[in-house]
Ligand binder design. Structure first.
Ligand SMILES: Nc1ncnc2c1ncn2[C@@H]1O[C@H](COP(=O)(O)OP(=O)(O)OP(=O)(O)O)[C@@H](O)[C@H]1O
Length: 260
């Protein structure tokens, strides 16, 4: 079966420096890939290459069988939704308008959103728990609320692939859990999800595939249980870590810095 995403030998340079070095992986429908790595490892750059926002110097990105650089932007937007790191917006669109923007790749010409588009946006607001913010300006909500609204926009885009750059970095533990649960449901429904995070526990919770990035190289790839052992995590982050285990049965569920 054609993979949702297939990356082959992807390299990216900034000035003379190799920021991504011969990255390869394929992701099928219904699979989730968690990208873990220290600050500056190249995770966001890889995400940008995946979206066609940065052009690799070598290698290829194929999306549902087609070369990304040959696809019109509108078609890319029908295939991949992007949740960027939550930033500020200069424009005071309401949360509902922001989420409706996720529908723009499905609206022909200069047409306005249909009743169905509005229903899909409403459902996305409900699924992310921010329907009560629908009429508030995006510039007047908290960082975590902005992050949830950006996730809602990606849901409204209704694409087979969702790429998320640190989608839970501003979220409290309750909302982290709700977003991870949503991601599990999206994957169970056949969507392919790529996400970056600094929290290995999310890889365990998602029962996802994990890729470890360091200095632009993919140094390991596999299930969280196989790849995220204490030694690998400590080496990856260059710091002593403590293992978090829930019960004997569940074993390791995450790591925290060890200051002892
Ligand atoms: N706009 C930029 N101009 C120049 N260099 C950049 C720029 N953005 C990132 N870099 C460099 O490219 C490398 C990869 O950065 P990238 O943002 O992909 O890392 P990351 O793994 O996403 O980091 P973080 O976890 O801190 O978000 C780093 O060395 C970084 O300093």
């Amino acid at each position: 079966m054609t993979p949702a995403i297939a990356i082959e030998g992807l390299s990216f340079r900034r000035a003379e420096r190799l920021v991504l070095d011969a990255i390869s992986f394929a992701l099928a429908a219904g699979e989730t890939l968690v990208l873990l790595g220290p600050n500056g490892a190249g995770k966001s750059t890889l995400v940008h290459c995946l979206l066609g926002l940065a052009a690799p110097h070598a290698g290829s990105v194929r999306v549902l069988g087609d070369d990304l650089d040959r696809l019109p932007r509108r078609e890319v937007a029908r295939r991949i939704a992007y949740v960027p790191q939550a930033g500020h917006s200069a424009f005071a669109f309401t949360v509902e308008q922001m989420v409706l923007m996720g529908r723009s790749a499905h609206i022909e010409g200069a047409g306005s959103p249909s009743l169905r588009d509005r229903e899909i946006a409403r459902r996305a607001l409900t699924d992310t728990g921010v329907e009560h913010l629908a009429s508030k300006p995006f510039t007047e909500i908290s960082g975590g609320e902005r992050q949830l609204a950006l996730i809602a926009r990606a849901l409204a885009q209704d694409t087979p692939i969702i790429v998320m750059d640190e989608p839970t970095s501003s979220l409290d533990l309750g909302n982290q859990g709700r977003v991870l649960d949503l991601m599990r449901k999206l994957a169970a429904g056949g969507k392919s999800v790529v996400m970056t995070t600094h929290l290995p526990d999310q890889a365990f919770n998602l029962k996802a595939r994990v890729a470890l990035l360091r200095d632009g190289r993919m140094i390991a790839e596999g299930r969280a249980e196989a790849v995220c052992d204490l030694g690998s995590m400590s080496r990856l982050y260059g710091a002593p870590l403590l293992r978090l285990a829930d019960t004997e049965e569940r074993g390791v569920v995450g790591y925290v810095p060890d200051l002892s």
